[in-house]
Design a protein around this ligand. Structure first.
Ligand SMILES: NC(=O)c1ccc[n+]([C@@H]2O[C@H](COP(=O)([O-])OP(=O)(O)OC[C@H]3O[C@@H](n4cnc5c(N)ncnc54)[C@H](O)[C@@H]3O)[C@@H](O)[C@H]2O)c1
Ligand SMILES: O=c1ccn([C@@H]2O[C@H](COP(=O)(O)OP(=O)(O)O[C@H]3O[C@H](CO)[C@@H](O)[C@H](O)[C@H]3O)[C@@H](O)[C@H]2O)c(=O)[nH]1
Length: 480
């Protein structure tokens, strides 16, 4: 029986391995992690991450051919194929700080593999890494090899959170990069055989190592670029009376452009886009390509602009101050159908409002108060390190309260900001919310989930990203 071990039981390692176990009953899959609480949660009824469909997949194979363990070394030693899916955060110190990927966790995983291995291994990069990482990993492994043969493959993951299981069941493509040698080709084939259990052959792409590594960074940069493009247009829509949804629809109808990923928003978040683009920018700079680096940097600059533009709209609409005013925040996760808050635009928006001394009441169906308080207290990029290395008990931000109901959050509020597109926000009783708010009552929709006209009929003053402005907002300065 082929044995797979995955180092890192996070958002990628957990769901990816669960699906491999489900689709390949003849393969034993063990997911290992240094975090004891995380492994305990994977072995419990309450999994450590919320992902639609995940519970079902885990329940079907846990204890049969899917296992979660903290005994990292034992399972690495026994495996034929080792996936490495550990954190690759942005460096916060030293060379490349604020841009380059921090490969500390990857390097320590590679050294551990070299220490404990007694048989040949295929080592698969699942984490998103800078192009040429495989070369460094190869050096660490071969210089400590004790005669063992290692083949390094790049197999970047393209799943999106909230749809991870769907994406894993029916991937647009699976990408495998390997060395162009007989041993390299054999290793690529071995990994292809795993995916071939459920992925059609024409969707399994094979390339050289560097193309696979770079394709992952490029794909995320292209996706994020679309969002920054539509968000840049959203600012122009507000200035001209155009409607960004109509513009995006008309633009996306061109089959060369396509309709997906053109929703204007308060900004993109998530653990990947910003980190991976910064990483790409750094690689371009290191390769003497400043023009290319600056081109991609602009995608992040527009994203930051969009978040601060939103905060400025809120403050300027409400008589240029939110000091002491209750602002309800609906949604804190970086997108719907996940409890993940890594790099969520809600952090920057809340921090902006707190800077203007607002009192914030937050409701998100999947995010706990503890997580929100940690996020608001944490330094930039700290969130992307393993949990046990993150700051433990932050001092709670007193002006922030978290409630478990949208009606509670909005009671007595002056303004309401929608920061995540949870479906339930579409069907709230906005008349009831209006009746219980201070007047004038403001709605700032950062995700275009409500119908602005209907809310205006109720009596709200409404701001929706990229939509024709309410008369109230027209004369207010939007950009500081
Ligand atoms: N989250 C996503 O949607 C997504 C999608 C595609 C790719 N990626 C990439 O996958 C990688 C992992 O992302 P994630 O979201 O799963 O992160 P995560 O923080 O959820 O999980 C990483 C896990 O690795 C563990 N870990 C770190 N060092 C370890 C070590 N030496 N030994 C054992 N365990 C160790 C941590 O404790 C943590 O549980 C990153 O490179 C990320 O960029 C993420
Ligand atoms: O039209 C859109 C689409 C998305 N977003 C936002 O963009 C962010 C990222 O969304 P999404 O890409 O759906 O989720 P992620 O889980 O971050 O997935 C991205 O990042 C992963 C990690 O690398 C990749 O594997 C995926 O392919 C890639 O989509 C979220 O804040 C979304 O709200 C928009 O604002 N407008």
């Amino acid at each position: 029986m082929v044995k797979i071990c995955c180092i890192g039981a996070g958002y990628v390692g957990g769901p990816t391995m669960a699906v491999i176990a489900l689709k390949c009953p003849n393969i034993e899959v063990v997911v290992v992690d240094i975090s004891k609480p995380r492994i305990e949660a994977w072995n419990s009824d309450t999994l450590p991450i919320y992902e639609p469909g995940l519970d079902d997949v885990v329940k079907q194979c846990r204890g049969k051919n899917l296992f979660f363990s903290t005994d990292v070394e034992k399972h690495v030693a026994e495996a034929d194929i080792i996936f490495v899916s550990v954190n690759t955060p942005t460096k916060t110190r030293g060379l490349g700080a604020g841009k380059a990927a921090d490969l500390t966790y990857w390097e320590s995983a590679a050294r551990m593999i070299a220490d404990v291995s007694k048989s040949d291994k295929i080592v698969v990069e699942k984490s998103t890494v800078p192009v040429k990482t495989a070369e460094a990993i190869e050096k660490i492994l071969t210089h400590n090899s004790k005669g063992i043969n290692y083949q390094i493959l790049s197999n970047p993951e393209f799943l999106a959170e909230g749809t991870a299981i769907e994406d894993l069941f029916k991937p647009d493509r699976v990408l495998i990069g390997g060395r162009e040698t007989p041993e390299g080709r054999k290793a690529v084939q071995a990994l292809k055989d795993v995916y071939a259990h459920w992925v059609p052959e024409d969707r399994i792409l094979t390339t050289n190592l560097w193309s696979a590594e770079l394709s992952k960074l490029a794909a995320n940069a292209f996706l994020a670029q679309r969002i920054s493009s539509v968000n840049a247009i959203s600012a122009l829509c507000e200035a001209t009376g155009a409607n960004v949804s109509e513009v995006a629809y008309a633009v996306g109808k061109d089959t060369r452009i396509g309709p997906k990923f053109l929703n204007a928003s308060v900004g993109f978040g998530g653990s990947c886009f910003q980190k991976d683009i910064l990483n790409l920018v750094y690689i371009c700079e290191c390769n003497g390509l400043p023009e290319v680096a600056n081109y991609w940097k602009q995608v992040i600059k527009i994203n930051d602009y969009q978040k601060s533009r939103f905060v400025n709209r809120v403050v300027s609409s409400m008589f240029n101050t939110v000091a002491g005013k209750k602002i309800a925040v609906l949604g804190f996760a970086f997108k719907k159908d996940t409890g993940d808050t890594r790099e969520t635009p809600a952090i920057d928006v809340c921090k902006g409002l707190l800077g203007d001394k607002a009192q914030i009441s937050i409701y998100d169906p999947q995010v706990t108060e503890d997580q929100i308080q940690r996020d608001l207290a944490m330094n930039k990029f700290d969130w992307d390190h393993p949990m046990h290395l993150q700051p433990t008990s932050p001092t709670a931000v007193k002006q922030v309260s978290c409630v478990w109901d949208a009606y509670e959050a909005t009671k007595g509020a002056h303004g309401l900001c929608i920061l995540t597109e949870w479906d339930e926000f579409k069907t709230l009783d906005y008349q009831k919310i209006f009746d219980n708010m201070q007047k004038p009552a403001f709605v700032f929709d950062g995700r275009n989930v409500v119908d602005p006209e209907k809310l205006r009929e109720i009596g709200f003053i409404v701001y929706s990203i990229g939509k024709p402005l309410d008369a109230w907002l027209k004369d207010m300065p939007a950009v500081a």
